[in-house]
Design a protein around this ligand. Structure first.
Ligand code: SAH
Length: 490
């Protein structure tokens, strides 16, 4: 048997809740929000309910249940932990043709209260008809995470201008197109960016035209460092919406799999040696696609504005009149440190953390080595593999202690993550002995030692002392790197 779904207007109507505990308290809160006139029947009330009774927000019917409590009410919720009492309330209610819900007891209930996703005025009710409410809860979680929070304000805005919309688009198909334009276009974007006045102005402007053209735009989305679980909810929403996605090589297949099926994907990967799309060409591609009216996602590893050239892309687009927004991502330093068990700051050992890139000789020459060699700080070095010897030499020459701990994290947050630990003076030799390859993030500073105790993910290349100068053929992690399938088989 199926339930009939129903959203009830209880505004101003008397409703009875039997029970004075925490379940009753939750039910009362939801009923009050819907404008019901709530009476609560119970010999004892929790303090919060007692306060509401004292304030006159609810009426308290004291003592044991009496059928007269049901006089005039439209709905009853029985929320006691006494099944006999709940059954009595349900029977009395049914006798009077009053709909009754017994909490967590579908057999005794004439109506059930769904799990709710609240984007007021948009409300989604989810029910399994009492079959397995736990699944309704999981579905609710899924919807909560996928549903744009700006959808509530959008519905409210449309409600406010409903008459004007109907007047402007008397034809149903045209009206549907108009609403689609609100949902897919700049009005929802503006609401998402908390620009409510501009959203309303955009809606009113769209009302003036017949078929509002949706201007293209670009959003820079941070994909995080690799683990697809580190993509943000906002990032996921953008991926589901994009017409075209320009992504870097660092963005893994699991993240790309989350994009809309029919979206066009363009790999503009820029890893040294491989295919390489010059930045000017990327800028031009972004501009062209946006100008063609498409919704463009520029998907970048980590955070788009940390060593990602996102700033240059934004400026270029803005200067060419194309709107560009940003969804931040978890940057490699933050993610790799976390997955290696390294706190980037520490009350005693590191009061600051610096993000720097050691991409090439030129970028290294502009760094303030004296400042970087200072103690009680953490350095997080991006793109540093090619310049390890130079970087180490400069830090040592400027006074950083030779035994300063480091951690080099390769493929951070991915299943093949490896963490190499050691002391600064040995860094270049160890990194090459263990064939650490890009992408790798280098953490220098006393906090790096904490990985030894706090690590929880992936492998530790623990063979620093055994492997540094030894025959690498005997180093297990080195072998695994060379022959991954063979080592899996053993
Ligand atoms: N915008 C990115 C950084 C791009 S620069 C961000 O915010 O993370 C590319 C460098 O980031 C790599 O050379 C490496 O140093 C670092 N990196 C990115 N992903 C990484 C990963 N999964 N593991 C280790 N380092 C990573």
């Amino acid at each position: 048997m199926r339930l009939y779904p129903l959203f009830a207007d209880l505004n101003g109507l008397p409703v009875l809740v039997v029970g004075g505990g925490s379940v009753a308290e939750r039910k009362v809160a939801a009923l009050l929000e819907a404008g019901a006139v709530v009476r609560v029947g119970a010999p004892r009330l929790l303090p919060a309910l007692a306060d509401q009774a004292a304030d006159g927000r609810i009426a308290h019917l004291d003592g044991a249940f009496e059928p007269s409590w049901l006089d005039d009410v439209w709905l009853v919720i029985a929320a006691t932990d006494n099944r006999d009492l709940n059954a009595e309330v349900a029977a009395c209610a049914t006798g009077r043709r009053i709909l009754c819900n017994v909490v967590d007891d579908p057999a005794l209930s004439r109506f059930q209260v769904p799990a709710v996703v609240d984007r007021a005025p948009l409300t989604i009710g989810i029910s399994t008809g009492g079959a397995a409410p736990m699944f309704a809860r999981r579905v609710r979680e899924t919807l909560e995470s996928h549903l744009d929070p700006a959808i509530g304000p959008l519905v409210a805005l449309a409600q406010r201008h409903r008459k004007a919309i109907v007047d402007a688009f008397p034809d149903l198909a045209a009206r549907r197109r108009f609403y689609d334009g609100l949902y897919d276009g700049p009005v929802l974007d503006l609401l998402r960016h908390a620009r409510h006045f501009e959203a309303e102005a955009a809606l009113l402007e769209a009302l003036d035209r017949d078929a509002p053209p949706v201007p293209g735009s670009v959003v820079l989305v941070g994909a995080g460092p690799g683990d697809p679980g580190l993509l943000t909810l906002a990032g996921l929403r953008e991926l589901n919406r994009a017409d075209v996605i320009l992504h870097d090589q660092l963005v893994g297949p699991e993240v790309l799999a989350m994009t809309r099926r029919d979206a066009e994907r363009i790999d503009v990967g820029k890893r040294g040696g491989g295919r390489h799309t010059p930045q000017s060409e990327i800028n031009e591609l972004l501009l062209q696609h946006a100008r063609a009216g498409r919704y463009v996602v520029r998907l970048k590893g980590g955070d788009p504005l940390v060593f990602g050239r996102g700033g240059e892309e934004m400026l270029y687009l803005r200067r060419h009149g194309v709107a560009c927004t940003v969804v931040p991502g978890v940057t490699a330093a933050v993610a790799c440190a976390a997955y290696a068990g390294i706190p980037l700051t520490h009350r005693e050992h590191a009061q600051s953390v610096r993000l720097l890139t050691a991409h090439c000789k030129d970028s290294l020459d502009t760094l303030d080595w004296a400042a970087l060699a200072g103690e009680r700080q953490t350095l997080a070095v991006y793109m540093g593999l090619a310049q390890l010897a130079h970087l180490t030499g400069q830090l040592l020459a400027h006074g950083r202690a030779a035994d300063t701990p480091f951690a080099l994290i390769e493929n951070g947050t991915l299943p093949q993550q490896r963490v190499l630990r050691g002391e600064l003076h040995a860094l270049p030799a160890l990194a090459s002995a263990h064939r650490i390859a890009a992408p790798a993030l280098l953490v220098i500073g006393p906090v790096a030692t904490m990985a030894d105790e706090l690590r929880w993910f992936g492998e530790m290349v623990d063979a620093a002392s055994r492997c540094a100068d030894a025959d690498l053929a005997f180093c297990p992690s080195f072998q695994r790197k060379l022959e991954p399938s063979a080592s899996l088989a053993t």
